[in-house]
Design a protein around this ligand. Structure first.
Ligand SMILES: [Zn+2]
Length: 137
């Protein structure tokens, strides 16, 4: 798949380091790793604001759509229109829907159809793939 923003592995690594991203951010976003549950810095964050792609800064979610799914990863019921591209994932012997950033292709997590109304969706994200901006002064 071709995404508008293309960088080499070394360039992403340098960019993530410069941003002060979590140590696992490169493995998560560029190699589809999954952080351990209940370890991410945004799992229990409920401040008003917006969540961005740690790699390219694209806005992905509003904090208004974040909910506690109890699964140990930050979960959202809705993504911003066009922000996320869905990819079929056949790893681990089952079919899941992987979610990647539409701008740079960063792996973010998966989306499941067991979320709350009205969307019924649960975007199960890795904290390490996200960058939070508070809307409070
Ligand atoms: Zn991105």
């Amino acid at each position: 798949m071709n995404f508008p923003i293309q960088k080499t592995e070394a360039e992403w690594q340098a960019l993530l380091q410069a941003k002060g991203a979590e140590p696992g951010a490169l493995q998560v976003t560029r190699h589809a790793a999954t952080e351990r549950p209940f370890t991410g810095k945004y799992n229990q964050q409920w401040t008003d604001g917006s969540y961005h792609c740690i790699c390219c800064g694209a806005t992905l979610f509003s904090a208004h759509t974040k909910f506690d799914a109890g699964c140990g990863w930050p979960s959202f019921s809705q993504a911003l229109p066009g922000a996320i591209t869905e990819v079929m994932d056949h790893s681990l012997g089952r079919v899941r829907v992987e979610t990647v950033c539409s701008q740079c292709g960063a792996h973010l997590g998966h989306v499941f159809e067991d979320g709350p109304a009205p969307t019924g969706l649960r975007y199960c994200m890795n904290s390490a793939a996200l960058d939070f901006t508070s809307s409070q002064p």
